[in-house]
Design a protein around this ligand. Structure first.
Ligand SMILES: [Zn+2]
Length: 212
């Protein structure tokens, strides 16, 4: 699948799963010095490959008739400071709830480790600005995900599939936390408990084959 076809595929899935509505949210995927990004003003389930602009890492338009997403400066800033090859940004409901009320999402489930543990909330700045790009970049340091105050969430990955799955996981973790708050006080996993999970993942149980 070409980079632009991938944007169409995951854009459609993002809408189907309710992670974005209308023309909100944007995706990008990088190959070398080029970045294919979703266009501004088109719903993510209406994309065709030709609609998706290609920019270079400095932000020059290389291909495409439509304007790149207004959040492209944020994507490029993140590519500059991480090893990411793909970025997914959505306004998913539970992620936005947490980003509107908290300064971080604490690890209430061990799968948070897949995103780097505690998820930081980047300080608020107007969408599309260099300030927002800088805040997101800082919040992502050492992480695979960040929330954006009063805005939404962003995840990175080695592939668009990976970044997309991280966005689903981020939304799931935020939903568990928010629903947990409705029932009681969610217990936060300690560093020791999280360390034990890493240890366990590195040493999975083995099941010797029974001799017949
Ligand atoms: Zn946004």
């Amino acid at each position: 699948m070409s980079l632009r076809e991938q944007l169409c595929e995951y854009g459609r899935r993002a809408v189907e799963l309710g992670l974005v509505i209308g023309t909100s949210g944007n995706l990008s995927v990088r190959e070398g010095e080029l970045v294919a990004v979703t266009p501004s003003g088109v719903a993510l389930d209406r994309l065709t490959p030709e609609m998706c602009p290609v920019v270079d890492v400095e932000g020059h338009l290389v291909e495409g008739e439509l304007q790149p997403s207004s959040e492209t400066p944020m994507h490029l800033a993140v590519y500059e400071s991480t090893d990411a090859k793909a970025i997914v940004h959505t306004h998913s409901v539970f992620g936005t709830v947490v980003a509107t009320t908290m300064t971080e999402l604490p690890p209430v489930h061990y799968n948070a480790l897949l995103l780097g543990g505690t998820v930081r909330v980047a300080e608020y700045a107007t969408y599309g600005t260099p300030e927002l790009a800088a805040n997101v970049r800082a919040a992502l340091e050492g992480k695979r995900a960040a929330l954006m105050a009063n805005h939404g969430g962003v995840t990175i990955g080695a592939t668009l599939e990976e970044a997309f799955e991280s966005t689903r996981l981020l939304e799931w973790l935020c939903e568990v936390y928010v629903r947990g708050l409705g029932v009681g006080k969610p217990t936060i996993l300690t560093d020791e408990q999280l360390g034990a999970v890493v240890e366990r993942a590195l040493n999975p149980p083995t099941f010797p084959r029974r001799e017949l």
